[in-house]
Design a binder for this molecule. Structure first.
Ligand SMILES: Cc1cc2nc3c(=O)[nH]c(=O)nc-3n(C[C@H](O)[C@H](O)[C@H](O)COP(=O)(O)OP(=O)(O)OC[C@H]3O[C@@H](n4cnc5c(N)ncnc54)[C@H](O)[C@@H]3O)c2cc1C
Length: 326
């Protein structure tokens, strides 16, 4: 039995793992895919500008650094194992996983659990319009576009959050002709991203939704859009579509474990404690007043969750940070 089992090896789970090892707790990080989280699975080639100590670092390099740090600290990994169930047999927990390839079931006993599943096992939200089903990755992505795929092409990016704005910038830099389509009247991204968008002079259609994809012989030819307050639909010719409208996390399983959720997120207190004693949570999946979905907050919450798990498992008279500074 491990003292702490962490579900999800993104920045939150990896930092929690590192902190568990600072406390000499035995720890296993289980991930449905490769550890690294969204840094690898969603925007591997994007530069990150807000990781302290590095003015600029490419996302996949930052992921490699976090994974290497965790590995060197003695964190154990179980990759390609999706957590399907969490049982409470009496004392402690049993985390049930399915191997991604063989579907083989494994059971990992643990004294405590940290849920750090971020945006889930990346199940992107789809447009749900005609033409979307079956369109190949030569014409459609739900991640950040790869430069080689979009160079010289006409690209429509759907989404007005930071993901959409950064995808539009990446496609523009790769030499694509880009248009952004967003359902709301204004973008939701950070000022820095909006400034870059303005500098690049990327055309945008606000208050606009995609109603249909025009596909001929398996190839994307155009998207049909409808703008609020304007009659009828309009055709935007394009040969590549980027859809960045969020990820749909299915929290039904988590609710089944007895953990309280609110609006698609797990509720935690200041110690990252969930409604179930011994189960903690951190990163994009949690909510509390003032929560921001950032790498730095995910990591910070991971450190807090690890220290709380230490208090739960080892039951010291007091959890003090002083013993960490030796
Ligand atoms: C396009 C884009 C650009 C961004 N750029 C920045 C930026 O520049 N700066 C910044 O601060 N933030 C940025 N962010 C936000 C940042 O990536 C997230 O806040 C951060 O990744 C959250 O970390 P996490 O560990 O909570 O979750 P994630 O990174 O989502 O990791 C969760 C992990 O859990 C695993 N998992 C999920 N479900 C299961 C399961 N059932 N069983 C096992 N494993 C599971 C997943 O496979 C994944 O590896 C960006 C986000 C996007 C989408």
């Amino acid at each position: 039995m491990v003292e702490v089992l962490i579900i999800g090896g993104g920045p939150a789970g990896l930092t929690a793992g590192i902190y568990c090892r600072m406390r000499k707790l035995s720890v296993l990080v289980v991930d449905a895919g490769r550890v690294g989280g969204q840094l690898l699975s969603v925007y591997a080639d994007k530069p990150v500008h807000d990781w302290p100590g590095q003015a600029q670092v490419v996302a996949n390099e930052l992921a490699d650094q976090l994974v290497a740090h965790a590995r060197e600290s003695g964190v154990e990994f179980a990759e390609n194992e999706k957590v399907a169930d969490l049982r409470r047999p009496g004392a402690g927990f049993e985390v049930v996983t399915h191997d991604a390839l063989t579907r083989e079931e494994r059971v990992h006993p643990a004294a405590s659990v940290i849920i750090a599943i971020g945006a889930g096992a990346f199940e992107p939200r789809r447009l749900r319009v005609k033409g979307e089903d079956g369109l190949s990755e030569d014409f459609l992505t739900y991640r950040m576009p790869e430069p080689a795929r979009v160079a010289g092409r006409r690209v429509v990016v759907v989404g007005g959050g930071d993901s959409g704005l950064e995808s539009a910038q990446a496609a523009h830099r790769a030499g694509a002709s880009v248009t952004i389509v967003h359902t709301h009247a204004g973008f939701k991204g950070m000022e820095a991203n909006l400034d870059v968008l303005d500098q690049m002079n990327i055309p945008r259609l606000l208050g606009t939704k995609v109603t249909e994809l025009v596909v001929e012989d398996g190839a994307l030819k155009a998207v049909m859009v409808e703008t609020r307050g304007e009659p009828g639909t309009r055709r935007l010719d394009c040969d590549y579509l980027v859809v960045n409208i969020g990820a749909a996390v299915n929290l039904q399983a988590v609710q089944g474990w007895g953990v309280e959720v609110e609006g698609g997120h797990i509720q935690v207190d200041g110690g990252m404690q969930t409604s179930v004693p011994g189960i903690f949570a951190c990163g994009d999946i949690v909510t509390y007043e003032g929560k921001h979905k950032l790498l730095i907050t995910a990591s910070s919450e991971g450190a807090v969750a690890a220290n709380s798990a230490y208090g739960f498992v080892r039951k010291p008279a007091r959890v003090t940070m002083k013993d960490l500074y030796r």
